[in-house]
Design a protein around this ligand. Sequence first.
Ligand code: SF4
Ligand code: MG
Length: 342
Amino acid sequence: GTPYIEVTDLRVKFATEDGAVRAVDGVTFSVERGKTLGIVGESGSGKSVTSLAIMGLLNRKTTTMTGEVKVEGRNILNLDEPELRKLRGRDISMIFQDALTALHPFYTIGRQIVEAYRVHHDVSKAEARKRAIEMLDRVGIPQPDKRFKQYPHEFSGGMRQRAMIAMSLVNDPNLLIADEPTTALDVTVQAQILDLLEDLQREFNSAVIIITHDLGVVSQVADEVLVMYGGRVAEYGTVEQVMRSAQHPYTWGLLASMPSLHGDPDEDLRPIKGNPPSLLNVPSGCVFHPRCAYAMLNGGPCDIEVPQRLPLRLTNEPNHTVACHLPERERQQTYRDEIASV
Ligand code: SF4
Ligand code: MG
């Protein structure tokens, strides 16, 4: 199908007191309606900045953005604030990790959903109220009539997250961006919210982007996965491709630190050693090389040349792309011998 959103070579730089921060460095992907893309990475990977750029939420005075973010054929990087405001909440909507940052503490949940709806729809208060209560019901909030009149602090964490989802879907957006939507919740509630998001996506047929540090979340709900590291794309493929045959050493690290793969959450996991790169002082060559157990460093290429994102040739999977200097055969072998067998 035709992608609803097409991001091409997106680059984002911030001016700070300490110099220019290069937060996103050449990111390309697209998402169709009815599909979910998971963007995975640690803090500093550029995943949240990418989502804010898509929402038009970055401060244009201190931010330089190049490339394209095309939504329905228009590059939203060129839209002015009034045009962006029309798009936000109606065509593109966002849910956040912490519902309290999205919900106003002094207004009832119902009033906030009603207002979110009436910004984009010329309807009476009674009609908007009916719509809001329907949405609260749809996201699994019991007694929606009563809950409508309550304030955010009267909701549990999980119920607040549901209310925020109701608010973000009230205008039937074509693209929903969820930034760490379940990170603040306990495991049981997390699973319920992910199930809900899956159901709603089917019902609303929207394109969904889930931003997360957790490959487990992605494997549960996404169709495709974009692994980001240091502002760049390390690996991209369908969830099936990446779970069956991950090709980037950073993805291997993420896989190894997924509790669900090991069964026992108390087992000593193998998190990736070292820290995410400073975006003020990005490592040369492959941005992952200081942490990579497979880096080829004597005379390069890993500390010298930036690896290009290339499709897998041996298995003929043109949509599975990886940015790593290791020969493909070696990566396949290493994955089989050291990662998949663990
Ligand atoms: Fe590791 Fe080199 Fe591949 Fe980067 S390019 S992930 S440093 S092997
Ligand atoms: Mg974030």
